[in-house]
Design a protein around this ligand. Structure first.
Ligand SMILES: *[C@@H]1O[C@H](CO)[C@@H](O)[C@H](O)[C@H]1NC(C)=O
Ligand SMILES: *[C@@H]1O[C@H](CO)[C@@H](O)[C@H](O)[C@H]1NC(C)=O
Ligand SMILES: *[C@@H]1O[C@H](CO)[C@@H](O)[C@H](O)[C@H]1NC(C)=O
Ligand SMILES: *[C@@H]1O[C@H](CO)[C@@H](O)[C@H](O)[C@H]1NC(C)=O
Length: 252
């Protein structure tokens, strides 16, 4: 009885703490916007080596991700339709449209439960960034393979969209958002945290996205944010030990 009376408030406190922590988490996501191009080598590297791998673990619930596959594309409005000129040639425009359409049409653009992005769309796009091939001006996007690998069940709709006015319209919306950030866009990819373009964050994110993102996570940070620090510590202490051993030997 005594024990119960004592432990009840403690249980209550623990409960309140953890439930509110989970809530915070839902509402304090870091806005991450990535301005990139479907055939840009630096964008492909960033996507496949930094962004996508970083979002497989706990960090996935700390971001609100916006992908803008437009970059340095230029648009004109011609004969009732947008015409695009893409940085890496006409094939890239098709690649950008496939991605713009995938972002709109996979689960109607809804984010996956508990995440700040759609898991299927992100996987599909990562696969295209990884596996697209270029031969001069021609590029091949393995849409079928990437759809199968990521359980995309409406590839026909997506390709149809990319080949028609819808795709042009979706891409033009991304173009307007890109122009609003910076016109002309200086670098591709450009990574923006919490809606403010900062050159130092953008540069850091290219080679260490986790570190750049973790700067913006308030309160208790997920393990991924501190993991490397402790690896660094372990490396440092191992190095010190080696030096100490060497010194001991040397002095003997
Ligand atoms: C995610 O967080 C949990 C709990 O803090 C931790 O045990 C796990 O190792 C983390 N995952 C990664 C990939 O760091
Ligand atoms: C997530 O980002 C979108 C912009 O892509 C924005 O409209 C939305 O308000 C953001 N959500 C949160 C919770 O900040
Ligand atoms: C869409 O266009 C691409 C490239 O122009 C072509 O390879 C593909 O077969 C077309 N797909 C559909 C569904 O029309
Ligand atoms: C992790 O450590 C390596 C080697 O010490 C370093 O190059 C890298 O920038 C660090 N990454 C993070 C996330 O701090």
């Amino acid at each position: 009885m005594h024990l119960l009376r004592l432990s009840f408030p403690i249980i209550l406190v623990i409960f309140a703490c953890c439930v509110s922590a989970q809530h915070d988490h839902e509402h304090h996501r870091v806005n991450v916007a990535v301005y990139y191009e479907s055939l840009c080598p630096d964008s492909r590297k960033f996507f496949t080596q930094q962004l996508y791998p970083s979002l497989q673990g706990n960090l996935s619930s700390y971001v609100n991700l916006t992908l803008l596959p437009y970059g340095k594309t230029k648009a004109t409005f011609d004969v009732n339709e947008y015409q695009f000129q893409c940085h890496h040639g006409p094939s890239e425009c098709y690649g950008n449209k496939i991605q713009a359409c995938a972002l709109k049409l996979i689960d109607q653009g809804q984010k996956s439960e508990g995440l700040g992005f759609n898991r299927v769309a992100a996987g599909f796009i990562n696969c295209l960034m990884d596996k697209a091939t270029r031969d001069g001006d021609k590029a091949t996007f393995p849409t079928m393979e990437c759809a199968q690998l990521n359980n995309v069940n409406n590839l026909n709709l997506i390709e149809n969209c990319a080949n028609h006015t819808d795709g042009s319209n979706y891409l033009s919306i991304l173009g307007k958002l890109t122009d609003t950030l910076q016109n002309p866009l200086k670098g591709v990819p450009t990574i923006v945290f919490n809606n403010q373009l900062k050159e130092e964050d953008n540069t850091l994110a290219q080679t260490n996205f986790v570190k750049a993102l973790c700067q913006y996570i308030d309160g208790v940070k997920p393990e991924e944010c501190t993991k490397n620090a402790s690896t660094g510590l372990a490396v440092t202490s191992t190095a010190l030990l080696v030096v100490a051993l060497a010194l001991t030997r040397w002095s003997l």
